[in-house]
Write a protein that binds this ligand. Structure first.
Ligand code: ZN
Length: 213
C-alpha cells in the first residue's frame, strides 16, 4: 500500500513539474483525422461529434457504446482473434461527448480532488474519447481497472498494433502523455502507424513530433 502511495506521489510530482500541460493550448483543426492528436495541449471543440459513429455490437461491448466505424470493425477483428484463445476483450467505454466528459471531470474533482483528477481524467475537450477512436477495455477478470492483471493484457501488449490500436498511456511516459499509466485504454491509429509506434516503443506524442510535425 505504502509503495502505491509513493508511486502516486511521484507521478503527481512528475506531472506537476511539467509546466506545459494545459498551457499554450491549440484548437484542433483535423478532428476527424485518424491521426488526430488530442491531449492536454490540443483541444477539441465543445460541439465536435465525430463522423461515422457506430453503436458497438453487444458481442464486443458490455453496454451501449459507440466508436467510429473503422475503429469498431478492427476492434471486432481483434476481439474475435482473442476469443479463439479463450480470451475475452470487450469495450467498457468508447466515444464520450464533451458534455459527458465535463460531468465526469466534475465528478472526479468532487470525489477525488483536483490533483488526482488532473492525473487520471482529461478536462472536457482534451479527452481523445471525444474522437470516437479511443476505447477502454475489460478482460476476463471483469474489471477494467485490473486489466493489467488479466491474461488478455499480455496478449494485447503483443497484438493490439496488428489491428491498428496502441496502448495510449504507457508506464513511465507520464511526463510525455500527461496521464497516468492506463493499461485498459487503447487508441485506434491504423495498422501502419500502430506498427511504427509499437516497433519503436513510442508514445503518440513522440510519433507526432518525429513523423507528423
Ligand atoms: Zn480511456
Amino acid at each position: 500500500m505504502k509503495k502505491y502511495i509513493l508511486i502516486i506521489i511521484f507521478i503527481l510530482f512528475i506531472i506537476g513539474c511539467d509546466n506545459d500541460f494545459y498551457k499554450n493550448i491549440k484548437d484542433i483543426k483535423n478532428p476527424n483525422d485518424t491521426l488526430v492528436l488530442v491531449n492536454k495541449n490540443n483541444k477539441l471543440k465543445n460541439d465536435f461529434i465525430p463522423d461515422n459513429l457506430v453503436k458497438l455490437d453487444l458481442n464486443y461491448s458490455h453496454a451501449e457504446k459507440y466508436l467510429k466505424e473503422e475503429a469498431a470493425l478492427e476492434f471486432y477483428k481483434l476481439s474475435e482473434e482473442a476469443k479463439k484463445l479463450n480470451y475475452r476483450i470487450v469495450a467498457v467505454s468508447g466515444y464520450r461527448s464533451y458534455t459527458y466528459q465535463e460531468k465526469l471531470f466534475e465528478y472526479y474533482v468532487e470525489t477525488k480532488g483536483m490533483n488526482y483528477t488532473l492525473m487520471c481524467s482529461a478536462k472536457p475537450g482534451h479527452s481523445e474519447h471525444q474522437t470516437g477512436l479511443a476505447i477502454d477495455v475489460e478482460g476476463s477478470n471483469l474489471d477494467y481497472n485490473l486489466f493489467e492483471k488479466s491474461k488478455e493484457f499480455e496478449w494485447m501488449k503483443k497484438n493490439a498494433h496488428k489491428y491498428g490500436f496502441i496502448l495510449r498511456y504507457p508506464k513511465g511516459k507520464e511526463n510525455i502523455t500527461g496521464f497516468k499509466y492506463e493499461p485498459w485504454h487503447y487508441r485506434y491509429v491504423g495498422k501502419e502507424v500502430a506498427t511504427i509506434i509499437y516497433n519503436n516503443k513510442l508514445t503518440f506524442e513522440e510519433y507526432h513530433k518525429k513523423f507528423v510535425k
